[in-house]
Design a protein around this ligand. Structure first.
Ligand code: ATP
Length: 247
């Protein structure tokens, strides 16, 4: 049981971006994917979601190979994108119903869970609202509610903290911790390490499309020659120096 990414090389037509990526996340584990803008984090995620076709390598989840059984694979993956993607003509209630249908959820249990999540994100009185009525942060919260409602083995979260109020950030961190305790797998990209480290202790550093190191933030600090009390931003400066060939 695990998410396994083996020798993944890929990118866009004529634009190779990621090279020979190897990652494994087991049930109850979370991995933060970090790196400078353009390092290839979202591209890696797009491959895991089956939106891009790898040039080389395989991606499997609990033994189900994405390339061979894409529908079965995707049934166990929930995704919170960096920018919310909602259907303009569907209400919040209809978005929840669509999630329940797509993931074959038991309606009674799912509605109970949905109400808990809606209350947590202060959306419980907005079931009939259309996306046009929501603020940017509220739209992001709808994506979070739908993803946690889906109750999949793997949660893929792309840069979730920007645009959320501190209350929502704290709730999201709690949900991620709970998912890890419930033996789910979590892959999250972020630049906001101060928030991420409250839920995630293991990180992979992506630089120029390759993984340079996987480890705790302490191990990563040591790898890049940072002192224990250097702020996290120093990590990005170190990556930038490497990128420019000065490391
Ligand atoms: N649709 C696309 N077509 C061609 N190249 C792309 C496309 N999207 C991204 N790229 C390129 O792929 C590389 C990696 O981009 P990616 O979006 O994966 O980076 P990222 O690490 O997620 O960055 P950020 O922190 O800014 O979100 C960049 O060089 C980018 O220009």
């Amino acid at each position: 049981m695990a998410l396994k990414i083996e020798h993944l090389t890929g990118g866009y037509t004529g634009v190779p971006v990621i090279k020979d990526i190897n990652l494994e996340i087991k049930p109850g584990q979370a991995l933060g994917l970090i790196g400078l803008n353009g390092a290839g984090k979202s591209t890696t995620i797009k491959h895991i979601l089956g939106l891009l076709r790898p040039q080389k390598g395989t991606i499997s989840l609990n033994g189900v190979v994405l390339r061979q059984q894409p529908t079965k694979f995707k049934q166990e993956v929930a995704y919170i994108p960096e920018t919310s993607v909602l259907y303009p003509e569907l209400t919040l209630k209809e978005h929840l119903e669509l999630t329940m249908l797509s993931y074959n959820l038991d309606q009674e249990k799912a509605w109970k869970r949905a109400h808990e999540l809606l209350k947590m994100f202060r959306l419980d009185d907005k079931l009939e609202w259309l996306p046009i009525h929501f603020s940017k942060g509220m739209r992001q919260k709808v994506m979070i509610v739908c993803a946690f409602l889906a109750d999949t083995s793997l949660l893929v979260i792309d840069e979730p903290f920007t645009g959320l109020d501190p209350l929502a950030v704290a709730n999201l961190i709690d949900l991620i911790k709970k998912a890890i305790a419930d033996k789910k797998m979590v892959l999250m990209t972020t630049h906001v390490l101060a928030d991420a480290q409250q839920a995630i202790s293991n990180y992979a550093v992506l630089n120029n499309g390759t993984i340079e190191i996987i480890g705790s933030l302490k191990e990563i600090r040591t790898h890049y020659g940072l002192k224990p009390d250097d702020p996290f931003d120093q990590l990005y400066l170190a990556l930038n120096r490497e990128d420019n060939g000065h490391a």
